[in-house]
Design a protein around this ligand. Structure first.
Ligand code: NAP
Length: 175
């Protein structure tokens, strides 16, 4: 199963503006369109519990698109799970990928945040990164990838300028 990490960050790798969990205040219209299209086509989406908490009010569920929220405390979300639509799991990245591969999924979008990204990257189960770079610098904010022990080498698949201000969509694959 191909795992694609999809994120938007500032030039200095911040994925939030300070402590504000809502990213739509600074991401471009072009990135929002790109992201909506990816979500619309996705069958499997994986995210950390903090990302879920930040986004759940605006999330649109549909049959045939499964969201998996990774948490060490799935019991906290007993009332929010919905068969085939949203589940809360404490499996490791490797276990998750293996399980979904075993039941026939071909692709998963990993949507952050920085902590879960680091866990997946450390486990070596990410195949591509699709990163939108917004032309901002935030002195404070959460990191694209939380600090962890790993190093990876990637190669560019494509780059696209999304607007006049210089928002870039960069797609890389792991070598
Ligand atoms: N700019 C962007 O593209 C973008 C994308 C996504 C998110 N964000 C922002 O990033 C922020 C959240 O990022 P974050 O790094 O703080 O949190 P996160 O990665 O979304 O979630 C962290 C949580 O995930 C669970 N988790 C992480 N690793 C785990 C592991 N190996 N095993 C089991 N559970 C694990 C834990 O949940 P429990 O505490 O429940 O155990 C942990 O507290 C939000 O404000 C969101 O808006 C931005």
């Amino acid at each position: 199963m191909k795992v694609i990490l999809v994120m938007v960050s500032t030039l200095n790798g911040k994925i939030t503006k300070g402590n504000d969990p809502h990213i739509s205040t600074w991401t471009s219209l072009e990135d929002k369109k790109h992201f909506s299209k990816l979500i619309e086509d996705a069958k499997l989406i994986i995210m950390g519990s903090k990302t879920y908490e930040a986004a759940k009010e605006t999330m649109q569920h549909k049959e045939g698109r499964l969201r998996v929220v990774v948490t060490r405390h799935p019991e906290r979300y007993m009332t929010e799970k919905k068969e085939g639509v949203i589940e809360f799991r404490s499996e490791s990245p490797g276990e998750l990928v293996q399980r979904f591969e075993g039941i026939g999924y071909q692709e998963a979008l990993l949507l952050g945040g920085g902590e879960l990204n680091a866990a997946f990257l450390k486990a070596g189960v990410v195949d591509e990164i699709h990163l939108t770079l917004e032309p901002f610098l935030f002195g404070k904010g959460k990191q694209l990838i939380a600090e962890e022990e790993f190093s990876s080498s990637l190669e560019l698949i494509s780059s696209k300028k999304l607007n006049e201000q210089g928002t870039l969509l960069l797609r890389y694959r792991f070598k």
